[in-house]
Design a protein around this ligand. Structure first.
Ligand SMILES: [Zn+2]
Length: 271
């Protein structure tokens, strides 16, 4: 599943190229998770001003309205100078004067949705419950700590829930908690201020590193030019059960939390 770093890498891959482009036509293929919510031909003649990201949504600001894009479980976007005929899994084309933005999504859990603005009911439903943006300058350590204080669930679960901070998926949660020296099962409300500060820094660090390296490593990821962004993340704990901790050589353990596997070092993550 594309995580926040892949979505951000995707955004960086075409945002500058599509900015200022005039939409010429829109092709809609098989049904995606949600309907487009506007007649495709009504988008022709509008201009793409910029591409933002909120959580795992890409927001294409138009001169009239916006398009929300989500990659779902298996979606990927490419920006093509000259688009070939669409393949079986190419379910959306935004044809512009600068190139064609094409969504490929074999499992069709992704979506492209039009909204008049971010206050429109559907946009509010999709974006309204998202937590703070971890890669924004406005990601405030004190606000992060305050968000954790109100939650009695295990810190790993609170990170995954996305309503305190967005985009910390399963890999990044395990890695950030290791960096911060925090046991994944600790109740979020019991995390001290110094540890919350360390976790805040660790979340920024793991996500920023993943963006820099072109996305996560654990699946094949094609960026907007179709080049592989696949790389080997030097995971400290994720996927390393039974292997020695890179810091202290204690055997890395795995546990189940919710429906997800968590990896940690019982020596480096005591609290
Ligand atoms: Zn260790």
């Amino acid at each position: 599943m594309p995580e926040l770093p892949e979505v951000e890498v995707t955004r960086l891959g075409f945002a500058d190229r599509i900015a200022g482009a005039l939409i010429q036509s829109v092709r809609v293929g098989k049904a995606l998770r949600w309907a487009l919510a506007i007649a495709p031909e009504a988008l022709a003649g509008r201009t793409v001003l910029r591409v933002r990201r909120r959580g795992k949504y890409l927001l294409l600001d138009l001169d009239d309205g916006l398009l929300l894009m989500h990659l779902g479980m298996s979606g990927s976007l490419r920006f093509l100078d000259a688009a070939p005929a669409p393949g079986a899994h190419d379910h959306f084309d935004l044809v512009t004067t600068h190139g064609t933005l094409r969504l490929n999504d074999p499992r069709r859990f992704g979506a492209v949705v039009f909204a008049a603005d971010e206050d429109a009911p559907l946009a509010r439903k999709l974006l309204g419950r998202l937590g703070m943006e971890p890669l924004d300058a406005g990601f405030d350590p004190d606000a992060f700590h305050a968000g954790l204080r109100g939650r009695n669930a295990a810190i790993k679960q609170v990170l995954l829930a996305g309503d305190v901070v967005v985009g910390v998926g399963n890999i990044y949660a395990s890695e950030a908690l290791f960096l911060a020296g925090i046991r994944p099962t600790l109740k979020a409300s019991r995390i001290s201020r110094p540890r919350a500060m360390r976790l805040h820094a660790a979340v920024q660090d793991v996500l920023a590193r993943a963006v820099r390296r072109g996305g996560s490593t654990l699946r094949d990821f094609a960026d907007v030019d179709g080049q592989s962004g696949y790389f080997q993340l030097e995971a400290s704990v994720y996927g390393r059960a039974g292997q020695p901790c890179r810091v202290c050589a204690t055997t890395i353990r795995q546990i189940r939390q919710g429906q997800r596997t968590t990896y940690f070092c019982s020596n480096c993550q005591k609290y």
